[in-house]
Design a protein around this ligand. Structure first.
Ligand code: 0A1
Ligand code: ZN
Length: 877
């Protein structure tokens, strides 16, 4: 077999044939489903007669093909591995095909497959071609009619996109439902679900007064886990009306929960399909974090109805057009209904850890890539999260009102069309009168820009000179980088007054908080009338997705942590201060020197703990040290053991010095009120649990007792899981082991809780964990065929247990590679995602590099799916 070949953005051509209407009939059978398709096809006027009709198709057994009712002769068409070509077709015609497919054997979970006895589909990006022969590309948009025929007993529920228009009985205990979706859509938004499902129903009246029925379909045992998703959906629908003027456009909106799903969820028109982990919640089974994730994902998929479905992508290179914009929309939604500063801190902490690492590794790619081998590999943090940061910058640059005018223009002008990122940014330019020519480089240039900043205060002239230099490191295929347009929001905080100083720049008065525009490689900004020496607060709110270096002293950082008016930067100052102390300790550990706790860090924490917090959620964030992964991201060469030792040392040092404060905080925030996923309660729980984690860092009897009581109180999953994690990660196996056993037995029937049970165990820092991972892989609740299980056990181990994954003997790497090799055959998308930690080999010492590369080479020697092939090739290039 030849090597998979890349596809280039520059090769984009509009389709030669369009499909205006698609009529499908599914006769469901686990081993042999029959799919009949009638496509209304027209040749595009720009293409000449005689242009062959090319349709995508994979793993389809063609049973019948006819044009305008006339069966084709074998020499009139050709079926290959990737599709079907009909050599000559009329200008406009009806194409009828019938194919057979085997949902039961579909372990890739792309196309039509079976999950826990039900039929379901996943078509983005290129799954529809595993269902029928079709021009499976987003710029072909058709109205759909879908008839689903199933077994009356096994599949009492038959769902597809749009509105149900007909249903009836058929001979042989079969029945059917026909669905009509009037909104033209690309094939990737097609969906079908059939099975023995139950529904929870609600209603929503849109802003223009239309009634919409809302349904969440689940397996019977999950009927009590839908309330939060339904409430979130209604909030999201209202929010999109109020914030973007976007109204829902069908009479029915459905969500279905499935257990086997490659991603979080999918925005199929009118029939969103969700990974059960992204929709089901119950106070006893889901943590606060899970409740918030569900709220965000339900909103995200709903928002796609406009940003993705009504206006879609011309080609997959434009993926961030829908994903970056929709992530930005869901982030703003969550910020509006929870705490905006906390949401920003959480999002940025995640972004700087995971997206920065992606942007610095061998798979770094622009937000709009210019080539790919397998589009399934491009559902990345760069496309999603960095894409969202770009939209956020745009929104800040043009301002709220122009952004709304721009989005109105975009939705109106391009409704029902498949468009490009230029079309989106063009609307923003038109609505604001601004020029985004240089700004567009954010979409084409990969890598994280770095800003080196320094400043000088001139007492005599009361001036502050700020000098900013930008550089973007080379990334694969992009050795040279151009200067970006970087909006830097800032303030100058007076060291005497502790207040934001009024800003005057080039004679212009700008208030106390402003945005300066870095466009050149190096620029100087001279602030005048600066009445006292300031500490600059730079990149407020993380105003651009860059790394900012400024030579802050620890005193500066403690000062900003106490005085910055920007909540985000107050938090960030604390993180920077901790990082400086951690750096020293990492060096001490490596040099075998005795570790000493920086008293300035203890002092900064003491100030935090003793002040009356106005926002407990923020306080919890401020008390949380940078994660091991984020510390690693900052190091030139990652030493996982030194990082773990240093961070543990700081946690213990803080706990010893501030034990009574942590105990007090724990007690003050205990709460027996019935669980509610509300910001106020969540904040209290997170603060209490941060305090407990510090106390458990020194494992004194009181702390162990508190953790044990919290576990046994069994009040809600947030508290139970946290307490159990602390116990399992401690040295107290006398308490942890029975607790784990109880938990495992109590929840053996609930796959989502068992996922948490796996994750808790494989994040243990103790060296015996690898045996535990192997042991759990043989556990009856584990299955390689279920992506959630793979993520919970193997993914969590490889990504969240650095000291054990990077064991010096390479056993962690070997385990991951073994799993990737097995999964490559079963589910290439999941296999490719799993391989990521190995691709970062260049960040580690020589011995580990050799071991990691050795495993990558072992994988490469296999017969690989395009997904895994692309990543491994990049990693070894
Ligand atoms: N569009 C979905 C994400 C998604 C992408 C691919 C999938 O299958 C391979 C599934 C879902 C979203 O952004 O939520
Ligand atoms: Zn999305």
């Amino acid at each position: 077999m030849s090597e998979p070949q890349p596809i280039f953005l520059s090769d984009y051509r509009p389709p030669a044939y369009r499909v205006t209407r698609t009529e499908l009939t599914f006769d469901l059978d686990p081993h042999a489903t029959r799919v009949k398709a009638r496509l209304h096809i027209e040749r595009h006027p720009e293409h000449e007669a005689g242009t062959p009709l090319e349709l995508d198709g994979e793993r389809l057994v063609l049973k019948r093909i006819a044009i305008d009712g006339q069966p084709l002769e074998p020499d009139e068409y050709q079926v290959g591995e990737a599709g079907l070509v009909v050599h000559r077709v009329p200008k406009a015609f009806l194409l009828d095909t019938e194919v057979e497919i085997a949902p039961d054997g579909n372990t890739a979970l792309s196309g039509l497959y079976r999950s826990s006895g039900m039929f379901c589909t996943q078509c983005e990006a290129e799954g529809f071609r595993r269902i029928t022969f079709y021009p499976d590309r987003p710029d072909v948009m058709a109205s759909f009619s879908t008839t689903v025929i199933g077994d009356a007993e096994r599949e009492p529920v038959l769902l597809s996109n749009g509105n149900p228009v007909e249903r009836g009985e058929l001979p042989g205990e079969r029945h059917f439902v026909t669905w009509e979706d009037p909104h033209p859509k690309p094939s990737y938004l097609f969906a079908l679900v059939a099975g023995d499902l139950r529904k929870v129903e609600d209603a929503f009246t849109t802003m223009s007064g239309r009634d919409v029925t809302l349904q969440i379909w689940v397996e019977e045992e999950n009927l009590d886990k839908t309330e939060h998703a339904m409430a979130s959906l209604k909030r999201a629908m209202r929010w999109d009306e109020q914030t973007y003027g976007r109204e829902y456009d069908l009479d029915l909106f459905m969500i279905v929960a499935v257990n086997d799903f490659n991603m979080g969820a999918m925005e199929n028109k009118g029939l969103n399909i969700f990974n059960s982990a992204a929709v089901l919640t119950h106070p006893r089974t889901a943590t606060d974090a899970a409740f918030q994730r569900v709220e965000g994902i339900v909103a995200h998929e709903y928002f796609h109805n406009w940003s993705g479905n009504r206006v879609t992508c011309r080609d997959w290179f434009q993926l961030s057009l829908k994903e970056g914009f929709t992530v930005f929309r869901d982030q703003c939604f969550s910020a509006d209904i929870n705490s905006a500063p906390v949401k920003r801190i959480e999002d940025v902490a995640f972004f700087r850890t995971a997206q920065f690492a992606e942007d610095a590794g061998p798979t770094a790619h622009p937000v709009r890539p210019d080539h790919y081998i397998e589009i399934g590999n491009f559902y990345t943090l760069t496309i999603y999260e960095k894409g969202a940061e770009i939209v956020r910058m745009l929104s800040n640059l043009v301002g709220k009102e122009a952004f709304r005018r721009g989005s109105d223009l975009y939705f109106e002008r391009f409704d029902g069309q498949a468009v490009t990122i230029e079309d989106f940014v063009g609307c923003m330019a038109e609505a604001s009168g601004q020029d985004f020519e240089q700004f567009m480089r954010w979409y084409s240039q990969a890598g994280t820009p770095q800003i080196d900043a320094h400043g000088e205060y001139d007492y005599a002239n009361a001036e502050y000179r700020l000098i900013l230099r930008q550089r973007t490191p080379a990334t694969p295929g992009q050795p040279e980088k151009q200067a970006l347009h970087i909006p830097v929001r800032l303030g100058l905080v007076g060291t005497k007054s502790g207040r934001d100083l009024p800003l005057t720049l080039e004679g212009e008065t700008l208030g106390t908080d402003t945005v300066i525009h870095l466009r050149e490689e190096e620029q100087e900004f001279l602030f005048t009338e600066v009445s006292e020496a300031p500490v600059p607060s730079l990149l407020r709110g993380f105003s651009a997705p860059v790394k900012l270096h400024f030579p802050y002293s620890r005193e500066d950082l403690a000062f900003l942590q106490a005085h910055d008016t920007d909540g985000f930067n107050r938090w960030d100052a604390g993180q920077r201060l901790s990082l400086l102390a951690l750096d020293d300790l990492i060096a001490a550990h490596r040099n075998g020197v005795e570790k000493v706790m920086d008293p300035r860090v203890v002092e900064a924490f003491r100030v935090l703990l003793e002040a009356q917090p106005d926002d407990k959620a923020i306080l919890a964030q401020m008390l949380t040290l940078p994660s091991e992964a984020y510390i690693a991201e900052q190091q030139p060469l990652v030493d996982v053991d030194a990082i773990h030792a240093a961070r543990t040392f700081v946690r213990q040092g803080l706990a010893l010095a501030l034990r009574d404060d942590f105990l007090r905080i724990y007690r003050e925030n205990q709460d027996d009120a019935p669980y509610a996923p509300e910001p106020e309660q969540i904040a209290r729980r997170s603060l209490k649990n941060v305090a407990l984690a510090y106390l458990m860092a020194i494992e004194d009897e009181d702390a162990v007792q508190l953790a044990r009581e919290q576990f046994e109180a069994d009040h809600n999953m947030t508290d139970v899981r946290h307490a159990l994690t602390l116990l399992v990660h401690s040295s107290r196996s006398d308490i942890a082991d029975p607790a784990l056993k109880t938990f495992g037995e109590t929840w053996a029937h609930d796959p989502l809780v068992m996922d948490q049970w796996f994750a808790i165990q494989v994040t243990r820092p103790q060296p015996d964990v690898l045996d535990r991972v192997r042991f759990l892989m043989a556990h009856p609740a584990f299955s390689l065929k279920n992506p959630n299980k793979v993520r919970a056990l193997i993914g969590t181990f490889a990504n969240q247990n650095p000291v054990n994954f990077h064991r010096a003997d390479g056993a962690g790497y070997r385990l991951l590679a073994d799993t990737v090799i097995e999964l490559n055959r079963l589910n290439p998308e999941i296999a490719a995602r799993l391989v990521t930690p190995l691709t970062h080999w260049a960040r580690f010492d020589e011995d580990r590099q050799a071991l990691m590369k050795g495993e990558l080479e072992r994988i490469r020697a296999e017969k690989l799916s395009p997904n895994v092939y692309e990543l491994v090739e990049k990693a070894l290039a």
